[in-house]
Write a protein that binds this ligand. Structure first.
Ligand SMILES: NC(=O)C1=CN([C@@H]2O[C@H](COP(=O)(O)OP(=O)(O)OC[C@H]3O[C@@H](n4cnc5c(N)ncnc54)[C@H](OP(=O)(O)O)[C@@H]3O)[C@@H](O)[C@H]2O)C=CC1
Ligand SMILES: CC(=O)[C@@H](O)[C@H](O)COP(=O)(O)O
Ligand SMILES: [Mn+2]
Length: 382
């Protein structure tokens, strides 16, 4: 039995992780769960899995849940300290980080310090603090197992090839709901249109990131840290069918790709069962039904956010943290109807220009830069 905690168990990845646990009931025991505020769903999960402890980020919601669980053995925590508690519970073997945004940084670092392996969906954590996290994980001998579909694909393609040099990573992208559009076509699109992802069903924030192609920018940075590869060797390829989840080219010209249905439970199950592949009931890919797979160059002119991501990682230091934080805040403002779709990019750019980079940041510098960038974007919009 592997003891796991799921941070963000009420979200898209969280729920699919729960599904994976149901699929392999005999293999996993849930010790901890967490939500931002969805206590109704968390309560159902508590009754099903009887975890030792849960965290409800919002204090007022945590209070209500505590009252509902008066005769229950599950402990209810709240706030960032509560989230860290769930990430570091005694006897935990694996922490699944499925929260959205940089709130995931501190629990990840705390779990690594306790030598708990991480299954990581929360890409913002690596984009912002990748250098510190990967260094700490190496020092503590902790595994960071990717859940993000492209990174899981790359991770699968490098198994058994660790002694060979990668010449190129082919990072696939669906192109999002506005693939093929010009800037003027997307200037006035609504959140509903932007949330309509062509191939995946995901949480709101990542869906908007896919629409701006910033998701791919975040993923380039995530891949750099996870696989220790220069960004110059990462090529973004638009692949509208989302069947090839990414590929790795070696020096001899051989390209190894990972393919599969558009089902996040496959990379989640791989991370949870690593290094084993366990049988499951998930839908399998049928080549004949797919017919053909196509590829295109990304449109950097329309989707400038992708350029900004490359710029941010080349600048290094606290710049990727600022790029990420400005995006997080701008996406929130777009979803609440306060700014337009193209404002997302304008706000990130302005924030990056005004930022005074710290070249060798500590964790505190990164958390401060994150806070600064989010406040800066808020002020720009007021
Ligand atoms: N969805 C997908 O298919 C994929 C997602 N990812 C990445 O995985 C991560 C999660 O994405 P996704 O599942 O789509 O997101 P969702 O928005 O669906 O879920 C996020 C989860 O985190 C909780 N949460 C949100 N804000 C906070 C906060 N401030 N403090 C504590 N908990 C919080 C939510 O609680 P509540 O329910 O109360 O809102 C929810 O449980 C993201 O980093 C995303 O980029 C990567 C690849 C694919
Ligand atoms: C499922 C997954 O991993 C997402 O990150 C997905 O890749 C988003 O689709 P885009 O390729 O459109 O960004
Ligand atoms: Mn992805």
């Amino acid at each position: 039995m592997k003891n796991i905690s799921i941070l963000g168990s009420t979200g898209s990845i969280g729920l699919q992780t729960i599904d994976v646990v149901r699929e392999y009931k005999h293999k996993f025991n849930i010790l901890g769960l967490s939500t931002n505020q969805n206590i109704d769903l968390l309560e159902k999960q508590i009754h099903e899995f009887k975890p030792k402890a849960v965290c409800v980020m919002k204090e007022e919601k945590a209070k209500i849940l505590k009252e509902r669980l008066i005769n229950n053995n599950t402990k209810v925590y709240t706030g960032i300290n509560g989230l860290i508690e769930i990430a570091t519970l005694e006897n935990l073997d694996l922490m699944v980080n499925a929260v959205v945004g940089t709130i995931g940084i501190q629990p990840t670092i705390s779990a690594i310090n306790k030598q708990i392996d991480i299954a990581l969906a929360n890409k913002e954590t690596l984009v912002s603090a990748g250098f510190l996290i990967m260094k700490l994980a190496r020092e503590k001998g902790v595994k960071i197992l990717p859940i993000d579909s492209e990174h899981s694909a790359i991770f699968q393609c490098i198994q058994g090839n660790q002694n060979n040099t990668i010449s190129r990573i082919l990072l696939t992208a669906s192109g999002g709901p506005f693939r093929g559009k010009q800037k003027e076509d997307i200037a006035h699109i609504t959140p509903k249109e932007a949330l309509n992802h062509p191939t995946w069903s995901m949480g709101e924030k990542i869906s908007i990131d896919s629409a701006t192609l910033i998701n791919k920018g975040l993923e380039v940075i995530e891949a750099k840290w996870l696989f220790g590869i220069e960004v110059e060797k990462i090529e973004v390829v638009i692949h509208p069918q989302s069947i090839i989840h990414s590929a790795v080219e070696y020096e001899d010209g051989a390209i190894i790709a990972q393919l599969g249905e558009k089902d996040m439970r496959v990379p989640i199950a791989y991370a949870l069962n690593f290094p084993y592949r366990e049988k499951n009931s998930f839908l399998k890919l049928d080549f004949i039904t797919i017919g053909k797979l196509t590829f295109e160059k990304p449109d950097f002119k329309t989707f400038e956010g992708l350029n900004l991501a490359f710029e941010a990682i080349k600048m290094g230091g606290t710049t990727p943290a600022v790029f990420n934080a400005a995006n997080e805040k701008a996406v929130e403002l777009f979803l609440s109807g306060d700014i337009s779709f193209l404002d997302i990019i304008r706000l990130i750019e302005k924030t990056m220009v005004s930022h005074k980079k710290i070249a060798q940041p500590t964790l505190e510098d990164i958390l401060n830069s994150d806070k600064w960038a989010k406040n800066y974007v808020t002020k720009l919009v007021k």
